[in-house]
Design a protein around this ligand. Structure first.
Ligand SMILES: NC(=O)C1=CN([C@@H]2O[C@H](COP(=O)(O)OP(=O)(O)OC[C@H]3O[C@@H](n4cnc5c(N)ncnc54)[C@H](OP(=O)(O)O)[C@@H]3O)[C@@H](O)[C@H]2O)C=CC1
Ligand SMILES: O=C1OC[C@@H](O)[C@H](O)[C@H]1O
Length: 387
């Protein structure tokens, strides 16, 4: 199905998915925090997964936990000062979803792994690379699955672009440009949002910038050798926090990358009154042409892959489902991710995976960018692992 009807059908089914019965061996998930992202990233995708049950939620406030559980049909809730740990102590829970503020990712993922749970950890994985390395080491030692939720990488559209770049059909890769930015007029986040709290791992390079960074590293299949320039716009209440960052990087084999993220894209026209268009685009320039993916972070809603060979006609493609592989055109990036995560836990081979090395590398590269901006890396967690 294509065109407008396809768009409506896909987006309707993504939020109103079929609800097959759950099998006896379904994994029981618990959610740490009644976070805004939890419904889109896990609760709705879980409905159509026969091997996933959302069994419990914990929130710092008991009433909030109860209201969230009721709203989303979650049978168990934990709240109050011991709520998070009570969830981890629940023997009925197999897997923890951690959508806490970035600065709490390390502590609560470490505690979840210590409790013997697999963890789906929100992006960006931790505040600094060393913390993610530590978590990955613990997960490996304990035989548990830990996945940083880079949901978009699991979508067929991103896989198609990766396939085109890797095929060499457009010749050798020369440069990447990756942008995730929204206009300031959207006022997407309040001043007191976790994204602007330095002590919680705030900063838009962490929040949105982790996407363009991961896209550049994913498509090059390499780590940046240096960040040649980087600059940020600053949050008006705290000059350690960026509202947007641009960076230029060099990769091995003469590949370069330009990244941009912002929640404050300036307007245009008289007095900058008119909002700019959001920019959610990744472009790979090769010796023999370019491939561009429009809406790389939300490709299930709508996307467009434009392939422009230097000699030959330009063409566009869509990839809402894999030609071979599991999935439906209406599956969101989060649904594809959940499929892969469950496959991994169940010992099956996932279609796509985000490795420990990839996640650690992303944080290391983000650190390099923050160092170059002079804002400095985000503060490491004060949590110490038990001896
Ligand atoms: N994959 C994706 O597409 C997206 C991922 N994210 C990531 O998910 C995480 C959460 O983002 P989002 O849902 O927007 O954030 P929210 O502010 O909605 O949720 C964060 C949760 O953290 C809990 N929390 C615990 N301690 C604190 C504290 N000191 N201050 C504030 N909150 C606290 C709160 O839980 P409680 O209920 O216990 O009070 C709150 O519900 C971030 O890491 C973000 O990067 C965010 C958006 C999209
Ligand atoms: O993960 C995310 O994806 C979309 C962004 O708007 C958001 O800030 C971020 O947390």
């Amino acid at each position: 199905m294509s065109g407008f009807v396809g768009l409506l059908t896909r987006n309707y089914k993504a939020v109103n998915p079929p609800n097959p019965p759950k099998g006896p061996d379904a994994l029981r998930f618990g959610i740490l925090g009644a976070a805004n992202i939890a419904p889109s990233a896990l609760i709705i995708p879980a409905r159509s997964h026969p091997e996933v049950v959302i069994a419990a939620v914990a929130a710092r406030d008991k009433t909030k936990a109860e209201a969230f559980a009721k709203k989303h049909g979650i049978p168990k809730h934990y709240g109050g000062t011991t709520g998070y740990q009570d969830l981890l102590n629940d023997h009925d829970i197999d897997v923890i979803y951690n959508p806490l503020p970035n600065g709490l990712h390390f502590e609560w993922t470490a505690k979840a792994l210590a409790a013997g749970k697999h963890v789906l950890l929100e992006k960006p994985s931790t505040d600094v690379a060393q913390e993610m390395q530590t978590l990955c080491d613990i997960a490996e030692r304990r035989g548990l699955v830990l996945l940083e939720a880079f949901h978009y990488l699991f979508h067929p559209a991103v896989q198609r672009v990766k396939g085109i770049v890797d095929s060499g059909d457009l010749g050798k890769l020369k440069s990447i440009s990756a942008k995730l930015a929204i206009p300031g007029q959207m006022k997407a986040f309040n001043d007191d949002d976790i994204r602007f709290k330095y002590e919680l791992g705030g900063g838009i390079m962490m929040d949105m910038g982790c996407y363009p960074m991961s896209a550049a590293r994913y498509l090059t299949g390499a780590e940046p050798t240096s960040v040649t320039s980087a600059s940020s716009t600053l949050f008006h209440r705290d000059a350690r926090v960026d509202t947007g960052t641009t960076a230029s990087m060099v990769f091995p084999n003469d590949v370069s990358a330009d990244l941009m993220c912002s929640v404050k894209l300036p307007g245009w026209g008289p007095f900058g009154f008119l909002p700019s268009m959001p920019q959610v685009i990744v472009t790979a320039r090769c010796e023999g042409g370019t491939v561009e993916l429009y809406n790389f972070v939300g490709p299930w809603i709508y996307h467009s892959i434009t392939i422009s060979p230097t000699s030959g006609p330009k063409r566009t493609e869509k990839a809402y489902a894999f030609k071979q592989g599991k999935g439906e055109a209406w599956w969101s990036t989060y649904r594809y991710q959940l499929e892969a995560f469950v496959d991994k836990i169940k010992g099956r081979t996932p279609q796509t995976w985000v490795s420990a090395e990839f996640s650690v590398g992303n944080m290391a590269a983000i650190e390099k960018v923050y160092e170059k901006t002079t804002l400095g890396v985000r503060p490491a967690s004060s949590y110490r692992l038990p001896a």
